[in-house]
Write a protein that binds this ligand. Structure first.
Ligand code: PBG
Ligand code: ZN
Length: 343
């Protein structure tokens, strides 16, 4: 009599049958960092096990990922020459454009998604172009924001930035990208990119928008990896305040309205509530980015023996799926695919 949940927990067979949430390699996307050169693999100090790879190395990595059943990669470039106008972000022979061509030549079935932003290519490290007008100093930061230090607000030149972001996306499409993923968080960029793609005949090319991207401390290792720490100020004038879930849902609604095909919540772990609400509210293809800092935390604790690394990230990936993500962009993708295949 009564509810005895343990009856169904005693045998592995029943535990397996009744598992509600599934985790499989084909739900994972592997982020990769491309850098110029040949036969270069540079480990990222704050992300042990992750590397900046030259295009030839990226190609080998992609072959391995495809063999493991990972369906897609997300490419980030580390620029050789940065300038005020992010010229290398849309150059025909830019590092991402080169890598896309090389990957599509060798593993055409592996989907290549490209991150569309300017921050790894601008000398100031911001995601948009800056107005020449000097920025105002804000004396008191908003309460409840992660950093309490006074900051220099930056002045983004939005129309000029949108034009450039569209140019970047178009250059990725022309190099052979299967999907573009704008991560800048400026208003109207999904519409601007969609319009530019359509006008050039890329009407079939899907777009994944970093729709609810929060101003997070958990991006720090990523900024080491692509050298995109802002030179002054921070990203709070364009990324979401971690306190705001309603606003995040409005951002997602706006991006769907502008033509995004997949919407993303980022980071994942501290924003599972946003993921769950977004899935429930929109019923739209939903991605979660399990970001660099989330990887680094588990890696660092694992290296010290403070927690078991593999069960920890498996639990995290499962939680992200349980919250409502259809696909997870994660630095664990390769390792997870190996583990999940063995099961
Ligand atoms: C910037 C961008 C960021 C990430 C991807 N593109 C964050 C940022 O610097 O604000 C984060 C990815 C990660 O931390 O793994 N456009
Ligand atoms: Zn950026």
């Amino acid at each position: 009599m009564g509810y005895h949940p343990r009856r169904l927990r005693q045998q592995e067979a029943f535990r397996n049958v009744l598992r509600e949430t599934r985790l499989a390699p084909d739900q994972l996307v592997m982020p990769l960092f491309v850098r110029p050169g040949k036969r270069v693999r540079v480990q990222i100090p704050s992300m042990p096990g992750q590397f900046q790879l030259s295009p030839d190395q990226v190609v080998s990595e992609c072959e391995e990922l495809q063999a493991l059943g990972v369906p897609a990669v997300l490419l980030f470039g580390t620029a050789a020459g940065k300038d005020e106008r992010a010229t290398q972000a849309y150059a025909k022979d830019g590092i991402v454009q080169q890598a896309v061509r090389a990957i599509k030549a060798r593993t055409p079935k592996l989907a290549v998604i490209t991150d569309v932003c300017l921050c790894a290519y601008t000398s100031h490290g911001h995601c948009g172009l800056l107005k020449s007008r000097p920025a105002a100093k804000s004396k008191s930061p908003k309460p409840h924001t992660p950093s309490a230090a006074p900051t220099l607000d930056v002045n983004i030149d939005e129309p000029a930035s949108l034009e450039l972001l569209a140019k970047v996306a178009l250059s990725h499409a022309q190099a052979g990208a299967d999907m573009v993923a704008p991560s800048d968080m400026l208003d109207g960029r999904v519409a601007a990119i969609r319009r530019a793609l359509d006008r050039d005949g890329w009407t079939h090319l899907p777009l994944m928008s970093y729709a609810a991207k929060f101003a997070s401390s958990f991006y720090a290792p990523f900024r080491d990896a692509v050298d995109s720490h802002p030179m002054m100020g921070d990203r709070r004038s364009y990324q979401l305040d971690p306190a705001n879930a309603e606003e995040a849902l409005r951002e997602i609604a706006a991006d769907i309205d502008e033509g995004a095909d997949i919407v993303m919540v980022k980071p994942a772990l501290a924003y599972l509530d946003v993921l769950a609400r977004a899935k429930e509210r929109f019923g739209f293809p939903l991605a979660a980015f399990n970001v660099s800092g989330e990887y680094a935390m588990i890696k660092a604790a694992g290296i010290r023996g403070w927690l078991p690394e593999k069960p920890a990230w498996l639990e995290v990936l499962l939680a992200i799926r349980r919250a409502g993500a259809d696909l997870i962009i994660t630095y664990w993708a390769k390792e997870a695919a190996k583990v999940l295949r063995e099961r």
